[in-house]
Design a protein around this ligand. Sequence first.
Ligand code: HEM
Length: 135
Amino acid sequence: MAKSMLFLHIFFAMIWIGGMVYSLLFLQPALKSLERDDIRKDLAGKILRRFFLGVWLSIAVLFLTGMWMWHEVRPDFSQNTLFHIKLFLFTLMVVNFVYIYFYLLRKQLFSHIPNFVWINLFLGTLITAIITYIR
Ligand code: HEM
């Protein structure tokens, strides 16, 4: 059970963080090369809406598997400051994503979204470094 939870946890962390790397380093530059603004906006909207559904699923799975592993496998993390910093950074990532999803995406402010995704990529990388270090 613990191994399956850890697998799900790492798999959905890869979906969220890997998806951000893909969208910032590969998709964004390609979208920028499109001349027609209407085609660029339409494509960006279609791709981001799909990816963001995956992010909502990742947030749910990371939280549920994380809480289970915390309480069933690593109760010692309750005394670990770095682990609490990990949870704080995760909360920041979720708040940032809520802003991206419910404001920037709704208002179709696609050119603003990459800046906020860079913030979440930085936070997600920091979280991965912290947990690898304390595990
Ligand atoms: C973006 C968010 C997150 C990322 C990228 C992430 C990433 C990871 C990774 C890569 C590991 C495995 C470390 C290793 O095997 O060396 C891990 C383990 C763990 N994560 Fe997360 N995590 C995230 C969110 C959370 C949340 C929200 C919680 C708690 C509510 C959590 C609790 C844990 C616990 C308890 C472990 C250790 C499991 C064990 O030692 O078997 N994580 N996390």
